[in-house]
Design a protein around this ligand. Structure first.
Ligand SMILES: *Cc1c(COP(=O)(O)O)cnc(C)c1O
Length: 385
């Protein structure tokens, strides 16, 4: 006999992902402007306006808009001319590591810290002392930030570039400074699931004038300002439609961060004290976190159900929980074959087995959170205490 089919808790799927869209009246006006301008791409007026507004918001000198963050990371690696083995975490989205392969370099995977889930700087230090390393690519995970000061020290000592995948950290701060100007450059994603939504989109930020020119030349010669020598060009252009979406989303950024914060607080309230379940809090409570993700940690024995079984139950109820990042990147083809290009991955391996992400973003309100948490409580062995 098959399993009894029951009606899912939600009629429509609730996703992990922000899915912030502007209201239609506003969008219609903005899109009409593109039709009036008759300028659709090639560093158009809306892209230029977006780059200026982002530079002001992020407090960084140059913002180079890109068609998405994956292309942004690939172009960034070429603009920095990274070579050889580049340290990066394995506990990240596949594109972080693959951007290095695209650029002709190799990721050297380093374990992450228990608190922030970002690069473990002690292990980074060990790696640079004992290996030929050409650069460091950090990832600010879940809106937490890497230990930028320590990584900058290591990069300076070894005279290697340091840069960041900041796809999780738009609007976040470290010691009061907005993410966007750390290291040589930082890359943001404006994918629909991220807090700033251009449908597809991204940008690379830097305070370095020469690097900005290289980025603009590789992205395409449009808007380069000045032609500089680069190995080859690609096409990372952002269209006017994407820029219009991003500009509208930027206007809503404070509202959306506050909404996410409230949703996160609701999760904390309704989850209460379930044995074997922990809601992840930002690693620094003094800084701004965008709460782009709601992350929980499951201890199978105490909770009474494995992380994977819990995800399955949630998905059957149209709660489309995710398992980021399982498997971790160092265990994905072709990287698992290079077993010498990694540190011990104890923390990464444990996190990839324990974490899951719950729905958040514009379609999740307090009532949804209450229903999701009641279900999770009923599945646990202790219930909501
Ligand atoms: C989303 C994401 C990317 C890729 O962004 P796209 O704009 O979808 O290409 C890269 N790294 C991390 C950590 C991400 O979350």
């Amino acid at each position: 006999m098959g399993r009894k089919v029951v009606k899912p808790l939600f009629d429509n799927p609730l996703h992990v992902g922000q899915l912030n869209f502007p209201n239609w009246e506003k969008a219609e006006k903005k899109f009409r402007k593109i039709f009036d301008n008759k300028y659709y791409t090639n560093h158009g007026p809306m892209v230029r306006e977006l780059e200026e507004k982002l530079a002001e918001y992020l407090g960084v000198k140059h913002v180079v808009a890109m068609t998405n963050a994956t292309i942004g990371l690939m172009i960034a690696a070429k603009a920095l001319d990274v070579k050889g083995q580049i340290i990066c975490p394995s506990f990240t989205f596949l594109a972080t590591a693959q951007s290095l392969s695209w650029a002709g370099a190799k990721p050297f995977f380093c374990d992450v810290e228990i608190g922030s889930h970002c690069l473990d700087t002690q292990k980074v230090l060990d790696v640079v002392e004992n290996n030929e390393i050409g650069g460091i690519l950090g990832v600010h995970l879940w809106g937490n930030t890497c230990n930028v000061e320590e990584l900058e020290k290591i990069a300076r000592q070894k005279n290697i570039p340091l840069y960041f995948d900041a796809a999780h950290a738009f609007g976040c701060t470290r010691n009061g400074v907005k993410v966007g100007s750390f290291g040589s450059l930082e890359v943001f994603s404006f994918h629909a699931t991220k807090i700033l939504n251009a449908g597809e989109g991204g940008c690379v930020c830097t305070n370095d004038d020469f690097l900005a020119k290289r980025l603009r030349n590789i992205r395409s010669s449009y808007g380069a300002g000045e032609i500089v020598e680069i190995p080859f060009t690609g096409n990372g252009r952002m269209s006017e439609i994407q820029a219009a979406m991003a500009l509208m989303s930027l206007e809503d950024i404070d509202f959306n961060i506050t909404r996410n914060k409230n949703v996160h607080a609701s999760y904390a309230r309704y989850l209460g004290d379930i044995r074997g379940l922990k809601l992840l809090m930002p690693s620094s409570l003094d800084d701004i976190n965008n709460f782009q993700y709601v992350v929980i940690e499951i201890d199978k024995n105490d909770f009474g159900m494995s992380r994977d079984s819990l995800v399955q139950c949630l998905v059957e109820n149209n709660i489309m929980a995710k398992k980021y990042f399982a498997p971790p990147v160092h265990l994905i083809y072709p990287f698992y074959e290079d077993s010498e290009l990694r540190t011990q991955m104890n923390v990464t391996n444990v996190l990839s087995e324990k974490l899951l992400q719950l729905p958040s973003g514009s379609f999740v309100d307090e009532l949804c959170v209450e229903k999701i948490c009641t279900l999770i409580g009923s599945l646990s062995s202790s219930g909501i205490l």
